[in-house]
Design a protein around this ligand. Sequence first.
Ligand code: FE2
Length: 359
Amino acid sequence: MPRGTISNDQKALTVDDATLPVVDLAGLFAGGDEAKASVAAALGEAARTSGFFYTTGHGVAPELMEAMFAASREFHEKPRSFKMKYWSGFTTNHRGYVPFEENGSDFPKVINFNEAWDMSYEAPADHPDYLAEWRMTGPNVWPDIPGWKETVSTYYDAVFNLGLRLLDALALELGVETEELTQHITYPTSQLRMLRYLENDMPATKDVVGIQAHSDFECFTILLQGGPGLQVMNAEDVWIEAPPIPGCFIVNIGDIFETWSGGQFKSTQHRVINSGRERYSFPLFFGLDYHAVVEPLEKFRTPETVEKYPPMKAGEHLMRMSIGAFRYMAEAKAAGVLVPDYEVPEENPFKREAKEPGP
Ligand SMILES: [Fe+2]
């Protein structure tokens, strides 16, 4: 198949066929309880029906978004020899550069055409979970580029704080105390990935993708994207295109919120098809502390939800999925360097299949 061709299983409904939910968050920042409740209700509606939503009025400055695109481009355009000095395989808490051939255990049968710079919530080097290794917790590493750390840290803090607001609103919507959720956030495993999807001459097929279909493993993800290619599975299990809207973040629900809500919120399956064009994007996965035990919240506990969602540690869920996602981790496990004290399933238990391969 030539470049630009899209196989049927990679097709999706376009924005002409499906309405994209857009939620204005301004009421979370200004206004009283009523404004907040109205935003929370809109978020709940979107989380239940679409599983994702665009956000305006989020308070993150457009200049900061632009600065992130510039910072990511500056890093990714450096020679490979520079980038590999910061290879994530040099760390045990997954920080730094992830080259595209690290993606997935099926490479090169399946190619995920992306590379990334990965960072997360900064924790001290004497944190017990950093010393214990392979717990996604600890200090970040930074490339030797003037001003880069400052830009990325400023963006991280801004979007992380937006995440706290969203968590608060979603707690209100579910009718639970915010503290019931935030008690699990001290040094969370909340990664920010600075992704570059690579220009290439390959078609879009199920084995040649930007990133394979998956759900995110945390509470929710706040995504800034710079080009088309993202597809999201809606509540009817149909793929729809989710192109960028300038200045908006896309938020999708992750595995933890599905568990907490006993399945009322669905963890959103999504993928990026191979457009063959360079594309920058920035997902921030809003997570919990490594040891946080995740299970349906008290008010959503029924015999069915308890059976469907057995307790899991937030960090172990992230690690078991990461072992399948990054080759250096799979190799560390095979070599006995990474010894999981949890089960590593072949597939994410939160995976859902599309009803139809394409529209
Ligand atoms: Fe994702």
